[in-house]
Design a protein. Structure first.
Length: 276
């Protein structure tokens, strides 16, 4: 692995993740041997807007049961399991963090979806698949850790079949200045590689993707965050949540993320693209 890849894996892999997740699920009264995707939604949707974002992107991508979807940067596997459960498609997830891959596979077994969803450790810059392997591709909140965006998008295009579609959710650089750190994807600027929405779109088009839908969901995310904050203030912190994954730094990172959106330092972008 490159030094950069090692740094990213260290950022996300803290050790003991599966044990923490299962302990939180048990405390919340879940049957950990027979979990549903809804049981896991508060904890395995490790990206902005969580299940709401996954649902919106899934409607946009709209895979069918005969298709094979690649989830690039699959994390704990929440979106991959959602796609398989709701659309009947096969999903292969890749992630550079070994602990995420192992946890995703275990949770998928507990949701009885292993026949349709698999995971492996791999880099988004060197996808271990032949050309034109997938009907559709998916990536949520991954690009922020990738400096070589041109190669990232070229690899996405390479593994898609002609006419295949890609849907993304990206955190982009806003005009308000650099983000306040730490944030969910980086403790310091050294592992954060934001591009503006305009730069992101231009790089995708340079990789021979056609933009079909381009949305800025920043204000939607801000409104949803305010609603969640008010609910938390009324009832305290829930047992299940992304804090189980991130650990003690979660609350500082969440506050900075909200501040960065309000100060226009980051933007939240969704896109649907077609491989030319």
């Amino acid at each position: 692995m490159s030094d950069h890849t090692v740094a990213i894996e260290r950022h996300y892999g803290r050790g003991g993740l599966l044990d923490r997740v299962l302990a939180a699920l048990q405390e919340a009264g879940k049957d950990v041997a027979n979990l549903s995707i809804d049981d896991l939604a508060p904890i395995d949707e490790f990206h902005s807007r969580r299940r709401k974002a996954t649902r919106d992107l899934a409607v946009m991508l709209a895979p069918n049961a005969a298709e094979h979807v690649l989830d690039i940067g699959s994390g704990l596997g929440g979106p991959a399991r959602y796609l398989a459960q709701m659309y009947g498609c096969r999903v292969t997830g890749i992630d550079v963090t070994a602990e995420f891959v192992a946890t995703a596979a275990d949770l998928t077994r507990r949701t009885h979806l292993s026949d349709r969803v698999t995971f492996q450790q791999a880099s988004a810059l060197d996808l271990p698949f032949p050309d034109a392997s997938f009907d559709r591709a998916w990536s949520q909140n991954v690009a922020m850790n990738i400096a070589d965006r041109a190669r990232y998008y070229t690899e996405m295009r390479r593994v898609l079949k002609p006419g295949g579609r890609l849907t993304i959710q990206d955190v982009a650089q806003g005009p308000g200045g650099p983000p306040h750190y730490p944030v969910m994807w980086a403790d310091t600027p050294e592992t954060s590689f934001l591009r503006t929405p305009e730069e992101t779109r231009a790089l995708l088009e340079s990789a021979a993707f056609q933009v079909l839908v381009w949305q800025d969901n920043t204000q939607v995310a801000i409104a949803e965050t305010e609603t969640e904050r008010a609910r938390a203030n009324d009832g305290g912190h829930p047992i299940l949540g992304i804090h189980v994954v991130v650990g003690p730094t979660f609350w500082d990172k969440a506050r900075n993320g909200n501040r960065n959106m309000r100060e226009n330092r980051i933007r939240l972008i969704n896109g649907l693209l077609s491989r030319g």
